[in-house]
Design a protein around this ligand. Sequence first.
Ligand code: SF4
Ligand code: SF4
Length: 434
Amino acid sequence: MSTTATAKPGFDSQGTQSDEQRVDAAMRSFVREFGVTAALHMESCVRCGLCAEACHFHLVTRDPKYTPVHKLELFRRAYFREASPFAPLVRALGLVKKPTLAELQQWQELIYDSCTMCGRCTLACPMGIDIAELVKEARHGLFKAGLIPERLALMDRTARQWGSPATPAEDLPDILAEVAQEHGVAIPCDLPQADVLVTAAPAELGDHTKALADAAKILNRIGAKWTMHQGGFDASNIGFNNGDLELQERLTRAIVDTALKIGAKTVLLPECGHAYGAARWEAARWYGAALPLRIIHMTEFLDEQLAAGTIRVKPIGDSATFHDPCQIVRRGGLEAAARRVLAALGLELRELQDAGVAGICCGGGGGVVSNLRAAPLRAKVFELKKAQVEATGAQRFVTSCGQCRITLEQGAKAAHWERKTESLLELVADNLIE
Ligand code: SF4
Ligand code: SF4
């Protein structure tokens, strides 16, 4: 951990900026983020408290500091001081104080450790305030101030160098060759031309290689002309989670530019929620126009192939419950697609008490799963999910995001809960009809 002489113990900091420079960097970023929409949101909160009942971190702790609107407090103060219509008067009369470094450091916990940017509070807010989006914008300021959790900062530095937080691009051909050999499936790499550019999440190149091999199995089965490519292969986009906009743009461009270079009409995203948020919904902002290719999540791909009859699966016949990944379902809109795939698998779906767009987050999104400091809080959120899963009585527990799976598996291990979290992709691949 890089700590300056003034950094408060327990909070991480990066770089060598002075206290004043950190506060100024954060404030400059906040002010830049206050477009018309953010300003409207800042002005319209009626303090009704409904968002508090939506947030899993507040639900499991009942600690007022975890209420969603409180997480925006410094952002709100910065707005009224620097960007609101009465900002000059507010400053002249000293009505709202400039945030201090100590406050920014404490805020790190609220913005990074106890917000997964899941958007459940956004759904609950009667004023339509997109708290998850505002938290994301607040992260941009804390990143500029060098005040993010060190574990995320480490991944950021690695991704800047390697194009992935876990895998150097030059290692990709060897890794894919090993995965191909281990699972007995062909995985093309660096083809100069292909119709589909396939991307991965970091775990699929490490501990979860079966998911990657399963994607290859299905793509090969349908006769797709596809490839993975060193130019752009990791879709998880750590910049999106960290608040590092420059890295987010660079990683997004790497994927889209590589796809265009090889003539791909489709970019296939892995079972990863934040990949979907970053690539599907934010890529066009850097191109200034609709992208000339499709970017689809693995769930959409499976759903389309099953509907077209290019793949068929044998019915499993058990009952199952499904964890809806926030970025894919609530923020991404793919609620029905996953359910059609489950139905094709012949699984009797027993919905969780909170399901679909109202689903409760796994507790690890937005980089929280990689933030060791947040582990105790994550464990409490897991208890909520565990109780809902048990209440369904379902035989299987399925999801469509690898990061959710890792979070839920970690939670199960810590709680000595003997339930496996299964991947929708792996269920399809394991039950393909020859
Ligand atoms: S986005 Fe999710 S985690 Fe963040 S405050 Fe809202 S409900 Fe809580
Ligand atoms: S639900 Fe919306 S209006 Fe109500 S307190 Fe939360 S942010 Fe403010």
